[in-house]
Design a protein around this ligand. Structure first.
Ligand code: UD1
Ligand code: CA
Length: 454
């Protein structure tokens, strides 16, 4: 059975005080509405619909390439009206699940429970008990404890306001019933809106059973209205991810000072010190040690590798037993083989560094292939760019490049070769040669220094 998932995202979100539509504000580096879409995709036979209004064009651009249909709600006349905008695109024989673009952390397991209720012909309603229910629609039950209605805060009596079970807004409904009920909504209420919540009373009147489910925790149904709530949800989510890392075998110096903006997998005995930010897909091998203030994005780091403080690593693969940093910048396309060493103030870009090779101090190595057990001296620069083209530097095994060498690419230095310090290498150096390309030293004896007059 098709599950049409309708995500409401037409509201303005004026309390965000932002030119960006609210649902595009990020939690863990990803727009809130994308969190919702990613979870929704886990539902079997899901078809996704996003109802847009304020900032519609920005949303269409941001979600370009996602498998979904947009429905434009020109005027925001209420949640019932919003859902109705998507109905022309849904399968009347299926299930409709209603979600919210500004409620980013609802898990697909929770969504699935509601879908299961609707598959059986019931109305699946997600409710939660809150100590302070102010502002929410209240769940009204009869003496037999059956749900009979939802009453919005602004329409509720004193008695109804005492109810602490509230509507999260998230529900799943057999689509046939939704098609029947939505046209019957009226805006005759305190806010003059077409309330989606009024379908609950219609269901009750028609003896459609209303099955309530609860989320695993409040944060799963927490909406974001302002940046304070955004930050609260971000911190909560980050703590959850930190816990997952710890349970999977990582020691965190401070679980509140690691941020995961993507997916991090850890093998056992990983140690992560404070203020480390992970982005994209990161894989950390057994025994990896990461010192403070590192940013690691889309990288695989092998067993027992040590990333020292203040290093930035992006789109790179670092093998086992490597030593990187402090203050290293590893740019996209870098591959460090086992036991390679990259020290302080070294920038590496699109380079393959062979097993056991070392680039320990103050170097730029870009567009290069370096063999095994080669030593690149302090201050070595690959001159890979002539202003138009990028060219390759190829260095063999067991090469010794003296300090302050400039390698003008395209250039090759064969295995076993030695380059004298301070050289500017423009011609190929073949195996086992010594190349020295610098001004000859002149020594003058008995040199008289200038003396100050008067
Ligand atoms: C709604 C529920 C309330 C529930 C609460 C949970 C209704 C009538 N009330 O109230 O029972 O406790 O959510 O947070 O459904 N939206 C549109 N188009 C519209 C109106 C709203 O896309 O015309 C979107 C908003 O952008 C927002 C969501 O729907 O993401 C909820 O709308 P909002 O007006 O905030 O509903 P609440 O008053 O909070
Ligand atoms: Ca709301």
């Amino acid at each position: 059975m098709t599950t049409d998932i309708v995500i409401l995202a037409a509201g303005q979100g004026s309390r965000m005080k932002s030119s960006l539509p609210k649902v595009l504000h990020a939690v863990a580096g990803k727009p809130m509405v994308k969190h919702v879409l990613d979870q929704a995709r886990n539902i079997e036979q899901a078809k996704l619909h996003v109802v847009i209004g304020h900032g519609a064009e920005l949303l269409e651009t941001a979600l370009d390439g996602e498998q979904l249909t947009f429905s434009l709600q020109k005027e925001q006349l209420g949640t019932g009206h919003a859902v109705a905008q998507a109905l022309p695109n849904v399968d009347p024989e299926g299930i409709t699940l209603i979600l919210y673009g500004d409620v980013p952390l609802t898990r697909s397991e929770t969504m699935q429970q509601l879908v299961n209720s609707a598959t059986k012909g019931h109305l699946g309603l997600l409710t939660v008990h809150l100590q302070n229910p102010a502002g929410y629609g209240r769940i009204i039950r009869n003496d037999a404890n059956k749900v009979i209605a939802i009453v919005e805060q602004k329409d509720a009596s004193q008695e109804q306001l005492k109810v602490t079970e509230v509507n999260t807004g998230i529900m799943a409904v057999p689509t046939k019933l939704l098609l029947e009920w939505l046209p019957k909504l009226s805006s005759n209420n305190a806010q003059g809106e077409y309330y989606l919540t009024d379908i609950i009373a219609m269901a009750s009147e028609q003896d459609v059973s209303i099955e309530t489910q609860h989320p695993a925790c409040e944060q799963e149904v927490q909406g974001v209205n302002n940046r304070v709530q955004l930050a609260e949800l971000e911190r909560w989510h980050q703590l959850q991810q930190a816990e997952t890392l710890m349970l999977n075998g990582a020691t965190l110096a401070d679980p509140s000072r690691v941020d995961v903006r993507g997916n991090v997998s850890v093998a056992g005995d990983v140690i992560i010190d404070v203020n480390v930010v992970f982005e994209g897909d990161v894989v950390l091998g057994h025994g990896v040690l990461i010192e403070p203030n590192c940013i690691i994005k889309n990288a695989t780091i092998g067993d027992n590798t040590h990333i020292r403080a203040n290093s930035v690593i992006e789109d790179s693969t670092i093998a086992a037993n490597c030593d990187v940093g402090p203050f290293a910048r590893i740019r996209p396309g870098t591959q460090l083989a086992a036991g390679a060493k990259v020290g302080n103030f070294v920038e590496i870009k699109k380079a393959i560094v062979g097993e056991g090779s070392k680039i320990n101090h103050l170097s730029y190595v870009g567009d290069a292939v370096i063999g095994k057990n080669t030593n690149i001296g302090a201050g070595t620069i690959t001159c890979n760019y002539d202003g138009v083209n990028k060219s390759l530097t190829e260095i063999g095994d067991q090469v010794f490049i003296g300090s302050n060498t400039a390698l003008v690419a395209p250039i090759k230095v064969g295995s076993g070769a030695t380059v004298g310090a301070g050289s500017i290498i423009t011609k190929e150096v073949t195996e086992n040669q010594l190349a020295v390309a610098r001004g000859k030293q002149t020594n003058l004896s008995n040199w008289q220094r200038p003396v100050k007059k008067g």
